[in-house]
Design a protein around this ligand. Sequence first.
Ligand SMILES: C[S@@+](CC[C@H](N)C(=O)[O-])C[C@H]1O[C@@H](n2cnc3c(N)ncnc32)[C@H](O)[C@@H]1O
Length: 180
Amino acid sequence: MKSMSELSHQFLKPALHKQAVCIDGTLGYGRDAGFFLEQGAKRVYAYEIQPNVLAAALDNLPDLRLHVLAKSHGQMGLDLGFLQEKVDAVIFNFGYDPHTLEGIATTTDSSLAAIQAAAALLRIKGRMALVFYPHPQGVQEKEAIFKWLEMQPYLETTYVCHPFKQNSPSLLCVEKRHKA
Ligand SMILES: C[S@@+](CC[C@H](N)C(=O)[O-])C[C@H]1O[C@@H](n2cnc3c(N)ncnc32)[C@H](O)[C@@H]1O
């Protein structure tokens, strides 16, 4: 059985190509950014607020196509709003990095601001994968994101979760469609 993380990559794959511009909203040690690079993306913007984690990711992924932003993804609208080229694929793995004992977890306000900015940057048919993990603020974070997405007529969504375990990772798949 595939993990939610593997399923998220499977969902994003059709949106990727040699000219693809991608965003990883939570870089961690770089598994998702590495996936985008492996798929031949032209440029990957990646956010990470923990400097030690970010440094390790850069060691793992010495690649000039990776543009790391050492700050909160809550700033995404200000940082990337200028992009002339639209974005093909976005991923957020919420929560905290499991390797860090006292890691910093994502928070509702900045996660929501980042999703909103990323949705505006996505091209038509562009895809965004949101992977949720059970963590203390996780329920509130997921509820706020779901509530906002429900009101967005141009964002199609599919939700993947374990049918019997409430406290397990889940995946929300988002695709931007044409305006009517
Ligand atoms: C679940 S991990 C990411 C896993 C990663 N994408 C991978 O491929 O392995 C979540 C990461 O988000 C980072 N993070 C938490 N809050 C953040 C924020 N506001 N902006 C950017 N990164 C944040 C944490 O430091 C942590 O490294």
